[in-house]
Design a protein around this ligand. Structure first.
Ligand SMILES: O=C([O-])CC(=O)C(=O)O
Ligand SMILES: [Mg+2]
Length: 228
């Protein structure tokens, strides 16, 4: 089991970023998606991480970059085919995360039956807050998460509204592939997702626990001398 100190910079471990989609009914509805009978998963590369002080870069092929604020769960002990009632023993802590999404690209991928990698896995698509050790969060299903753009509230959700709970997700994923120390699970976005433009400022938080701020920058076309 990696301890909290070792995991305090979990984003440097280069481990898996596993994202859950449609885990809040109202967000599934605003996307025009049916409620999932089983969790929906996709992955981001670990080079998608970005930390406060560096910008979120809108990919050159995207005209509609969306924010999605999500609770992240940091794995502290390898989990392989774990039952739900033991799943929380594998959690080291939490982080606030953004699942930045090239929505126009995602819509094209959906229409053409293609994977979401271009829409979800570009560099800087996974901004993360400081690590929060699990001792600081007695119940991760009772947290208010929020997001503002240029000072205006866009998203406010309560983790009690998740369709699939954290132990259910850990158990489910761990029966498909092994979760490693330093892996991060993004648990899905509540409603209120929307577009951001270059120079916008995004601020987000877990009420009474952590906040973070990022600015948005425009990515250059490939081959341009201003390349990011
Ligand atoms: O792109 C989507 O709407 C799916 C997703 O990531 C979420 O529900 O958090
Ligand atoms: Mg998401």
């Amino acid at each position: 089991m990696a301890n909290s100190k070792q995991l305090s910079r979990f984003w440097e471990w280069g481990r898996n970023i596993v994202c859950v989609g449609r885990n809040y009914a109202e967000h599934a509805k605003e996307m025009g998606s049916a409620l999932p009978a089983e969790p929906l998963f996709f992955l981001k590369p670990s080079s998608a991480y970005v930390r406060e002080g560096s910008p979120i870069v809108r990919p050159y092929y995207c005209r509609n970059l969306h924010h999605e604020v999500e609770l992240g769960v940091v794995i502290g002990r390898r989990a392989r085919a774990v039952p739900q009632d033991a799943a929380m023993q594998h959690v080291a802590g939490y982080a606030l995360c953004l699942d930045m999404t090239a929505r126009d690209t995602q819509e094209r991928c959906k229409k053409n039956g293609l994977p979401w990698t271009l829409a979800k896995g570009f560099g800087s698509s996974c901004p993360v807050s400081d690590f929060v050790p699990k001792e600081k969060i007695p119940d991760p299903h009772k947290l208010q998460i929020w997001l503002k753009v240029n000072g205006k509230l866009r998203q406010e959700g309560d983790t009690s509204s998740m369709i699939f709970s954290i132990p259910y997700l850990i158990s489910y994923i761990s029966h498909i592939f092994t979760l490693e120390e330093g892996d991060l699970i993004l648990t899905g976005s509540p409603k209120g997702v929307g577009a951001v433009e270059a120079n916008d400022e995004i601020e987000a938080g877990i009420r009474d626990v952590v906040t973070m701020k990022f600015t948005v920058a425009q990515g250059a076309e490939p081959g341009s001398p201003k390349g990011v």
